[in-house]
Design a binder for this molecule. Sequence first.
Ligand SMILES: Cc1cc2nc3c(=O)[nH]c(=O)nc-3n(C[C@H](O)[C@H](O)[C@H](O)COP(=O)(O)OP(=O)(O)OC[C@H]3O[C@@H](n4cnc5c(N)ncnc54)[C@H](O)[C@@H]3O)c2cc1C
Length: 284
Amino acid sequence: MKPTAVAEVCSEVRASQTLHVVGSGTKSSFETPIEAETSLEMSGISGVLAYSPEDRFIDVYAGTTIVELQQILKERGQALAIPDSCEFGALLAGVPGTVGGLVSMNLPHALNSQCGGPREWVLGLTAVRANGDLIYGGGRVVKNVAGYNVHRLFVGARGTLGVIVSVVLRVYPIAAIPHPSCERVREWNSGDPLAIQRVLPTDWDEARRNVSDRLFSCDRSSSTLWYAPAEASDIRFKNDWMIYANRQTGNLVDFSPNTQMLMTATKNQLDLFKKFNPGALGCV
Ligand SMILES: Cc1cc2nc3c(=O)[nH]c(=O)nc-3n(C[C@H](O)[C@H](O)[C@H](O)COP(=O)(O)OP(=O)(O)OC[C@H]3O[C@@H](n4cnc5c(N)ncnc54)[C@H](O)[C@@H]3O)c2cc1C
């Protein structure tokens, strides 16, 4: 189902037992199989709700594509601080990926260490919760929350907490966006297995050496490696972070018991009956 209005999303959420939320599907290779009654494709709801170049924010519908968004911002000399898709190919860009997908995946990118990522750019958002009601979090200014940054829970949640319908994003003057520090080693074919690993700076040399013959790209400034996984020889480092795509044995890495407990508690508050993307993050 591809709604074209927010009210349709609310009705569909109310009526469905389980939903697979989809933007444009460009990051499906990172997903675990999701079995849901309804597929809710959000790319039909796009466009700008508000844009203030002077205040450096834009409020857009979640189905707006990154390419559309960058085009609108470019006219006012601004941009979202992600690298141009042609600079890093399929590894970083998913065309025509949506804003909702970008926020829900929160993947590393080539300007991470210099400009932050979706977690820093999302100033606020509106989402549909499991009972079909709209919820709002954050706002349009940078420091806008006195209590919990509830809207940030949705960043990287892979659609497991609700359907994001609009997002307020912080934007940058193009002139202030530095050149990406990422090194492009060889091309990744988007159907091939991929591992993304982020380590502590003190483990960088060893981590890079370990995957040097399998490397697609790397960024020393954020200690991030993109490479072809080779199960037995993939070394985990203390305090590292890891994510996979197109992997035979599945794309999820086990969460610690403490993390699982917190994720389950959060899921139970926002989506008690596991309506959204069931199993997308394993324990939730
Ligand atoms: C020019 C350009 C540069 C890019 N640079 C980078 C980069 O540097 N790094 C990078 O990682 N990516 C980059 N991308 C890719 C882009 O971030 C993602 O591919 C894209 O935004 C994912 O969107 P999608 O709609 O295809 O997501 P999908 O594959 O459809 O969904 C991804 C996940 O998000 C969830 N989801 C999607 N929409 C919603 C919603 N509305 N509410 C709740 N959950 C939702 C889905 O359930 C799924 O779990 C770039 C893309 C472009 C066009």
